[in-house]
Write a protein that binds this ligand. Structure first.
Ligand code: FAD
Ligand code: NAP
Length: 545
């Protein structure tokens, strides 16, 4: 597997094929090249950055503070890059991704505008044959999916979807040129993070904005601000210590906590702490008390606080009532927004609940709900993603005995440690089903997986092995473990994309490991114990017979 020996002259054979050039794919290219592997990455978009390449809707920004939501594998990189705001905007994050691509010369190994459509494992050679929509066929020993967890957009099949005569947009596939809604009547469907970030911006521009809300969500203020130069200097003076500290937290990012349960404090103290958390803003609201996401009664106290806040901000009582969520706070991803509730006080904004009266159809002129046609010049679909497994099952992947990943996951996605699916040798998933992924600072989770995979295949090479795969029993035990942890929380108490329940027909399975530090310890132990739960150089069934 030396680079020279392993890549044929037509470059149709490499050690590793990587799918995706977001933060995961980019770091994989850098890390694996450094270890001497030949790599080829395929990316459907025309540039790097993944999430931050595709989601260009107005108001798009990160909800984990930027000094944390950034690579830490290179001290030089983290020292030289300057974040301008606490929560960086999409353009700044995309500029960062491009800076990383330039700095580490990544683009030469990425084929852009190319989607991987199929991949099959050949048991006799122990190699993957990967195919693309541009007609490429490329053979690789290792096949790594850096396809992201939120990269396959969900466009509900509303009757008459294609009949609308004006322009339509999906937040996850936003045009590269700025879109001008000035003087337009705009309808937006959905009230998840993407919608709640864009609504204040759309309302500023549009003549009138109508929001179609199926489920009211919790939106906490971001209180975004420029990062003070002294703050940056302080962190950079000891960036590693800052990183190490933050990785002790359940989601791998820092937050202030009382270290108490909501039950053990007086009503006055609880209110004071919620108010302080509201004033600080951000996702860390959920960390105010240690049991908010595990204890129903505690969660109810946070819900009540939230409702009081909402009623104070939104002037029209009917609108405020419609905006009140009716599920456990944190069960769906908490939304971090700016001026979200305030926007409903504008005269050019209307909220339409489609909870009890779902959208009936799309017409050439607009959207029909409860027999009424709402007319628009433009429609924005902020309807989310087929999350976590969607980007993987959208590729026709066939493992041992030609078994497809779609069949394997028909009753729910599963991977041992979130890294490998049994029956799919030498195929790794970065932040795959069963890892902390979307319930963590994703860049940290990405780095951890990339380093695990790299160390694993270097170890394999050093020991003269060629094939590694997950043991089916270990995979099943891990699936049950992930579910057992989720059962101890409130995450399964509502419908959310965490559970796949936003996609009609998708099995309702919780596929995210809750608890980053515990997961990190587990991963370290697996490496220290020489990869228990993985099988090396397992013979093909035919050889077994
Ligand atoms: P992505 O960035 O999703 O990149 C995957 C890439 O793979 C895409 O470019 C896609 O085109 C490509 N791809 C997929 N399938 C194929 C195929 N078959 N062939 C070729 N190319 C393919 N996480 C946080 O931790 N904090 C945040 O604040 C945060 N904010 C977010 C905001 C938005 C709007 C969204 C959608 C997600 C956010 N996330 C956040 C999650 C975010 O996805 C991750 O933080 C991170 O960017 C994921 O990087 P990735 O490389 O794993 O995947
Ligand atoms: P989302 O959270 O899944 O929201 C989609 C919205 O569309 C929901 O309100 C959903 O309603 C609605 N919807 C879907 N199908 C519908 C239908 N048929 N009729 C009516 N409404 C429908 O998607 P998202 O907003 O794109 O966010 C996805 C994730 O990406 C976030 O949770 C977060 O992890 C990440 N993200 C982060 C940020 C950030 O702050 N950094 C920004 C954007 C996205 P229901 O709730 O009823 O299903």
């Amino acid at each position: 597997m030396t680079p020279a020996a392993s890549q044929d002259s037509a470059a149709s054979t490499v050690d590793v094929v990587i799918v995706g050039a977001g933060f995961a794919g980019m770091y994989l290219i850098h890390k694996l090249r450094k270890e001497g592997f030949s790599v080829r990455a395929f990316e459907g978009g025309s540039g790097v950055g993944g999430t931050w390449y595709w989601n260009r809707y107005p108001g798009c920004r990160v909800d984990v503070v930027s000094m944390e939501y950034s690579y830490q594998f290179s001290e030089e990189l983290q020292q030289e890059w300057e974040w301008s705001e606490k929560y960086a905007t999409q353009p700044e994050l995309l500029a960062y991704a491009n800076h990383v691509a330039d700095r580490f010369d990544l683009r030469k190994d990425i084929q852009f505008h190319t989607r991987v459509t199929a991949a099959s494992y050949a048991e006799d050679s122990g190699r993957w044959m990967v195919r693309t929509d541009k007609g490429d066929s490329i053979s690789a020993q290792f096949f790594i999916l850096a396809t992201g967890t939120l990269s396959t957009t969900n466009l509900p099949a509303f009757p008459g979807l294609d009949s609308f005569e004006g322009p339509t947009y999906h937040t996850g596939q936003w045009p590269h040129e700025p879109v001008d809604f000035t003087g337009k009547r705009v309808g937006i469907i959905g009230t998840g993070s993407s919608s709640c970030q864009s609504i204040p911006h759309l309302a500023e521009q549009a003549e009138h904005l109508t929001i179609f809300q199926r489920t009211a969500n919790y939106v906490i203020p971001a209180h975004n601000e420029p990062v003070a130069a002294e703050e940056i200097q302080k962190i950079k003076a000891n960036y590693n210590e800052f990183r190490q500290r933050n990785q002790q937290y359940p989601f791998a990012f820092f937050y202030e906590t009382t270290n108490k349960t909501a039950q053990e404090v007086s009503d006055e103290e609880r209110e004071r702490e919620y108010e302080a958390a509201w004033q600080r803003g951000g996702l860390m609201f959920l960390g105010t008390f240690t049991d908010l996401i595990t204890n129903h009664d505690s969660n109810v106290t946070a819900q009540a606080f939230f409702r009081r806040k909402l009623a104070e901000i939104v002037q029209d009582p009917e609108t405020a009532k419609t905006l009140m969520p009716d599920f456990a706070i944190g069960c769906k991803r908490l939304i971090v927004g700016t001026d979200y509730y305030e926007t409903y006080n504008r005269k050019n904004v209307t909220l339409v609940s489609v909870k009890d009266n779902p959208i009936e159809n799309i017409t050439p002129n607009g959207i029909v709900v409860n027999g009424t046609e709402h007319e628009f010049d433009a429609i924005v679909y902020a309807t989310g993603f087929d999350a976590i497994s969607g980007p993987i099952t959208s590729i026709d992947i066939k493992g041992r005995e030609g078994r497809s990943i779609r069949d394997k996951w028909a009753d729910g996605a599963r991977c041992y440690l979130g890294l490998m699916a049994a029956g799919f040798p030498n195929l790794f998933t970065i932040t795959g089903p069963g890892s902390p992924s979307v319930l963590s600072n994703m860049i940290k989770s990405i780095e951890q997986h990339v380093e695990f995979v790299s160390d694993c295949i270097v170890d394999l090479r050093d020991k003269g092995h060629t094939v590694i795969e997950a043991d089916a029993d270990a995979e099943e035990a891990w699936r049950a473990h992930v579910d057992e942890i989720a059962e101890q929380t409130l995450y399964k108490s509502c419908n959310s994309w965490y559970l796949g329940s936003n996609i009609p027909g998708k099995p309702r399975v919780f596929t995210t490991y809750i608890g980053w530090p515990q997961y990190a310890t587990e991963i370290e132990q697996v490496v220290a114990d020489n990869y228990p739960g993985f099988i090396v150089d397992k013979p093909a069934l035919a050889e077994n017979a």
